[in-house]
Design a protein around this ligand. Structure first.
Ligand code: RIB
Ligand code: CA
Length: 336
């Protein structure tokens, strides 16, 4: 196996964050240095509790958790508890494990870990408030950062919090804008253009349910609320699981394609949170981000399902072939 990739996961769990944490915990390539929690989908305290619930499911009390910023840099926190439930986990009511603990000081953990590590990356699954605070406090620590993979923004896709803004960057546009402008390290933007293609459909959820183990029960339970929200909000059957794609892409970049472009985040007015991607170089500025534009949904689902539910490759492959039939155009259409 290739050498492991050292990573800090910054998140705001959140249902899809929790699924992303599961994928990370089931991926031997990742050495998770720590999990930092940021305000976003839910207040930070609830986010910390939800991280503990996922770690408890895996018996991974060894992974340190750090509580981060309670509010955006300069705005009031607007949560997404309408989407993720008041508890941030689909109102499933799982107990907070009392034998796991949360540390204070996510920003200092980010700084100290960056200072003392080589070749470490950050996967950010929520608003960039913690990252921005660490970058403001100790910019020199970030010279060791290999890359930032951030689920957020959108290039050509419509927003999910306004016509043009995606939630993570809409919650704290000042943080996102500061990071994009000042990080000076590789940023990989896993935006709605690609994550909207990652839909956990009813077929896939019922397949997961058939696996009938603690992880499958957890996934099917926490996604119920999310599926209802997606139907009521956008008449989507199933639920868009944004965050796991960021983890999957970090593990295997071949899952997505994208463009290198200078990208800025609007912080004023009705378009606040919008990512403005200068794909054609109008501003003649050096590209600061790789903006993902395409993804292979079937390949993602293959990785996601086989890693969460090992030993079921043939049934997973058979079902994915049914759900994502590979069409071939041979001499005017039709398949042989
Ligand atoms: O816009 C989707 C993103 O916002 C996801 O990371 C979701 O968890 C929320 O944080
Ligand atoms: Ca998130």
């Amino acid at each position: 196996m290739n050498s492991t990739k050292k990573v800090i996961i910054d998140c705001d769990p959140g249902i899809d964050d929790s699924l992303a944490l599961m994928l990370a915990l089931d991926s031997p390539e990742l050495e998770i240095a720590g999990i930092t929690v940021v305000c976003g989908n839910v207040p930070t305290k609830l986010g910390c509790e939800n991280v503990l619930k996922v770690l408890n499911l895996y018996g991974r009390e060894d992974v340190p958790v750090y509580r981060g910023e309670e509010k955006p840099l300069s705005r009031m926190l607007v949560t997404a508890q309408d989407t993720h439930g008041m508890d941030g986990l689909g109102e499933t009511g799982y107990e907070v494990p009392d034998d796991f603990s949360v540390n204070e000081g996510a920003v200092d953990f980010l700084i100290e870990t960056l200072k003392t590590s080589q070749d470490i990356s950050i996967i950010a699954l929520g608003p960039l408030t913690n990252i921005a605070c660490a970058l403001k406090k100790c910019p020199e620590a970030f010279k060791n950062l290999k890359m930032l993979v951030t689920m957020g923004g959108s290039y050509k896709s419509h927003g999910n919090c306004s016509p043009v803004a995606e939630f993570n960057y809409w919650v704290d546009p000042e943080a996102a804008g500061f990071v994009y402008e000042n990080l000076k390290r590789p940023i990989h933007m896993v935006g709605l253009d690609v994550t909207r293609k990652i839909v956990l459909t009813p077929d896939l959820i019922s397949l997961i349910c058939r696996f009938d183990d603690r992880k499958s029960w957890f996934v099917t339970e926490i996604t119920k609320f999310y599926v209802d929200f997606h139907w009521n909000q956008e008449q989507i059957l199933g639920c868009v699981i944004n965050d796991p794609l960021a983890v999957a892409y970090f593990i295997d970049p071949s899952l997505c394609e994208g463009i290198d472009a200078y990208t800025a985040v609007e912080t004023e007015g009705m378009c606040a949170g919008q990512t403005v991607v200068d794909a054609y170089g109008f501003w003649k500025k050096t590209p600061n981000a790789k903006v993902l534009t395409e993804t292979d949904t079937k390949a993602f689902m293959t990785m996601f399902l086989n890693r969460l539910f090992p030993g079921r490759a043939s049934v997973i492959s058979k079902q994915l072939d049914t759900i994502y039939p590979s069409f071939c155009k041979v001499n005017g259409g039709g398949c042989r």
